[in-house]
Ligand binder design. Sequence first.
Ligand code: ZN
Length: 371
Amino acid sequence: MFLRSLNTFKLTVLLILFSAVLSFASSLSLKVYYGIHKDKIRIVLKSFANKPIRYKVFSLENPYRIVIDLKKHVKIRKVILPKGFKYRVGKHPWGVRVVLIPPKEYSYTFFSLKNPYRIVLDLKKGAYKAVIAKTKRKKVFKKKLDKKVVVIDPGHGGKDPGAIGYRGIKEKWVNLQIARYLAEYLRRDGRFKVVMTRYGDYYVSLGQRVRIARKHKADLFISIHSDAAPRGRRWARGTQIFVLSKESAKRKKKQLLTNSQYALALFRDARNAKAIPILTDIGFEITLNRSREFARLLAHQLQKDFGRRHITFKGIRSRGFAVLKTPGTVSVLIETGFITNPYEARKLTDRNFQKKFAYSIYKAIVKYFYK
Ligand SMILES: [Zn+2]
């Protein structure tokens, strides 16, 4: 699973690194828009000034993407692209890289215009390159542009009620309700394939949950739980997000490497067993970073949507939870709140609050994948 996405992972991580480390003040800004013509799709990078910009255009494979390197620290102000097109913008020491990911391969031409300065990219319609006709590539290509797979994991269930809260509220119910609303929002969106580790009130082991994530090649795994405080700490409260700790990730990696059969089963795409140690190293690092990135987005979204009065956000923590250990899968666990706290319990059992909470998670997911 992560082998397939490694390139994109690498690229994204690089882009994130670069944009985080290097933020340049720039006065020059660009707008990206498009026009659909009979024989072509024209994509225009329009500058608001008349100064020419040095640039380079080339394409990359797997997934097919067109790269426009602008050798200047410009600001991309607005991007409007045809349906099905995705894009990324990354800052680099030498300038700005705009990556367009069209839904299929196009042959293209490019040139620049003056007054105001514009870079024009013409994608020829119908000129579908033969490269991706090869079955294997086609598969990779399809997987990349298909729906993002989100596995939602409502904690506990069946004989395992999870925490028991205020007035006998069972954690397994709260988790499932929020998970169901989240699944509904994601399905309605249309860009996601949603899988739940349980759809009702029945028992699913931790191992099974991980297997479900792996089987469906989850792009994102979200485990939903609710907290409980010991007796006498009735007023303990707050929302927390967990990602796998580095130590646990290391331990898991070791376990994989010492069991090459298992490793091979996991990374079935790897033809060469020798490649696995290196790949897992990169894989684990990237997965952890991406998980943290999603956790931050989620934290931000929850705080923005609820404000301090309605939820108490207690931060992002690292733990060795079993469900966070699916190799190559970006995973977080959210503790929605304390069902032992009468105030939070009332909210967590309220349908509107559950919906709002689920919607907030949904928004964070959209931001994570598409912004
Ligand atoms: Zn729990």
